[in-house]
Design a binder for this molecule. Sequence first.
Ligand code: HEC
Length: 195
Amino acid sequence: MTTTTTRLLLSATLVLFASAMAHTIETTAPAPDPEMARAAQVARGEYLVNAMSCHDCHTPWKEGPNGPAPDMSRALTGHPADLVMPPPARLEGPWVWSAAGTNTAFAGPWGVSFTANLTPDPETGLGRWTAETFIATMKTGRHEGKGRPLLPPMPYFSVAALTDDDMRAVFAYLQSLPPVHNRVPAPIDPPETAQ
Ligand code: HEC
């Protein structure tokens, strides 16, 4: 064989090999990996939770080196069960509402509201919720999507302004948190309507 023929044969083989590789790559194009898709959804949810201030009210604040800040060791666990609030002080208008230093209990014309435990604890958090319960709650502004109206200052309307996919991402992130047992007290009616 001449050197030219050898070269030609060699390059033909290379072309064949390259096209075989291309074919393999094409036909084995990665099927969407459910685990990676889930991780991406959780990361999107974390981003939204941080940007939409959920920690502001659902993570108890404490005094830190730079002043009061959410205590991330209790991230999204809601009003601490062991912080029993005394009856709220009477406010003179134009002051209409007051908050605990933890920013997890609020008193106003609606009575007293306490922020929910958003971790997936089945007894005291969102462990028994589905993404549908979460979306219905935000869209209707009702407890678990069907009960009493949600009390201020929960900004359910801001969450409802997200797309359903983004709400699913927020919920997926909340469900990925370690479940923390913290039984938040039930809201208290205002004195005029309390039985
Ligand atoms: C300004 C304070 C505030 C912010 C910010 C806030 N929440 Fe809330 N949230 C509350 C309060 C107060 C309640 C309790 C309302 C009640 O008992 O009716 C609550 C309740 C909830 C509940 C329980 C609803 C139910 O049916 O019982 C969920 C879920 C929730 N919040 C999710 C979120 C998420 C997600 C974010 C961030 C996007 C967020 N909240 C931001 C104050 C807040």
